[in-house]
Design a protein around this ligand. Structure first.
Ligand code: ADP
Ligand code: MG
Length: 415
């Protein structure tokens, strides 16, 4: 789904009020009756002014009229919710302009944005639920019964959970993007200047990277967590050229030996950054062992296929990792996040939605477990990929390292 901000600047203050009224009304109504919109918006111009705004909003697709409803009413669209989130960020001076889409995830759009100083950030827009309810599945039925199935509710939960975990992990020093803010179904975060591991053909030292990733899984476990989707799409590789640190260089400097300094070599340092957290589960989850093993096996499998690297040691095993939970002063992040205002029902609803989605995509075995690395199997939503210069839709072929987000500033649109 494309984020189109064209209409944003043309909306009047009244229109924003009416859009907000529709959002408020949707807490208790699937279709918000027009009189309710009127009474929440309380515009000075009365019902007529509200109707004018409703027309304007419906025209640009931010709300949609429900044709076969028992009563006349509207619902908020994804576009409407996108606008409300962007409006909130703009109000708080967190987002000043919006560029094009730099990535499409399984259930999200990743968009380049910038603040008023031109610093580029990333907006992840969750789009959960847009595909979950097409086929009959147990998780879907669960959601329907529990009234937890609305895309707006689920996408918002996904964003809230992701933001909470990103903050908690970042605070503990994990290599994750720095979160900036959260609004509705979106998370604003720092841009990671790198490529998904999926696109990396070679690394200087596969064994070292493998060890680093496995130790990240174990470190998460100590904090009570399993990522749950630890695969080559969710690990971004930052490459930096750094001066090699050699003990002899100190000596060189002391004697002012220019030749020795010139000889200083650069080396390629790569850092894996972990992203994508809505599906994180606790080490106490009833299926924890399955999730843990799946994460470990994703790494193993990918390293074997891509780098022909096979670790010499078996494991790591869940039962060993389980013993380390909370040890050595590791803070239980599973408990901390769950205690931070998420209801049990909300977390269950979200989990069911994510599972329904995985089932729907035939991914029970875990994402990234595709049998053919060559196929562009993750290319979803091809139809609405932004046309202009969106060459980095990072899900294409194996090891492809084409252009990054090239000068996104150029195509940035001020809100
Ligand atoms: P999903 O939950 O839909 O899988 P992800 O969070 O994994 O979404 O993001 C999808 C893609 O967007 C990633 O594979 C990556 O290429 C890109 N991406 C996401 N977050 C960032 C970021 N902070 N910096 C750079 N690229 C990102
Ligand atoms: Mg992902």
């Amino acid at each position: 789904m494309k984020l189109d901000t064209k209409a944003m600047r043309h909306l009047a203050a009244e229109d924003w009020r009416v859009l907000t009224a529709v959002e408020i009304g949707s807490k208790n109504h699937e279709v918000i009756p027009t009189p309710l919109i009127e009474s929440i918006a309380k515009l000075r111009g009365g019902a007529n002014r509200v109707h004018k705004s409703i027309s304007a909003l419906a025209k640009v697709g931010l709300i949609a009229r429900l044709k076969d409803a028992r009563y006349d009413g509207y619902r908020l669209t994804y576009g409407g919710l996108d606008y409300l989130a962007l409006h909130a960020y703009a109000d708080r001076k967190e987002v000043y302009s919006v560029g094009h889409r730099i990535g499409v995830g399984k259930e999200s759009d990743i968009v380049a944005v910038a603040d008023d100083r031109g610093v580029q950030h990333v907006l992840k827009i969750h789009r959960l639920g847009r595909i979950s309810f097409r086929t009959v599945k147990s998780n879907r039925d669960y959601l329907r019964k529990r009234q937890g199935g609305s895309w707006m509710y689920l996408s918002r939960l996904a964003a809230e959970k992701e933001y909470a975990f990103m903050r908690a992990l970042r605070d503990e020093g994990f290599p994750v993007p720095q979160p900036i803010a959260q609004s509705r179904h979106t998370v604003l975060m720092h841009l990671v200047d790198g490529f998904p591991l999926r696109q990396i053909a070679q690394v200087p030292d596969p064994a070292a990277l493998y060890a680093e990733l496995i130790s990240m899984i174990l470190r998460l476990a100590r904090h009570g967590l399993i990522h749950g989707d630890f695969n080559e799409f969710n690990i971004l590789i930052k490459e930096e050229r750094k001066k090699k640190e050699e003990p002899s260089s100190e000596k060189g400097k002391e004697v002012g030996d220019a030749a020795a300094e010139a000889e200083e070599e650069e080396e390629l340092v790569i850092t894996p950054i972990l992203i994508d957290f809505p599906q994180m589960v606790s080490m106490d989850h009833q299926n924890a062992e399955m999730y843990f093993d799946r994460d470990v096996n994703c790494v193993k499998r990918f390293f074997e296929r891509r780098f022909h690297f096979v670790g010499t040691q078996p494991g790591p095993f869940f039962k060993d990792a389980k013993k380390t939970v909370g040890k050595d002063g590791a803070k239980r992040l599973d408990a901390a996040v769950e205690a931070s205002g998420f209801s049990k029902k909300a977390l269950k609803d979200l989990e069911a939605a994510i599972r329904a989605q995985q089932e729907e995509r035939g991914e029970q075995a875990g994402s990234g477990e595709d049998d053919d690395d060559e196929s562009a199997d993750e290319d979803e939503d091809e139809d609405d990929i932004d046309s202009d210069n969106d060459s980095r839709d990072d899900t294409d072929g194996e090891g492809k390292r084409d252009s990054k987000t090239e000068n996104p500033e150029i195509s940035m649109k001020t809100l």
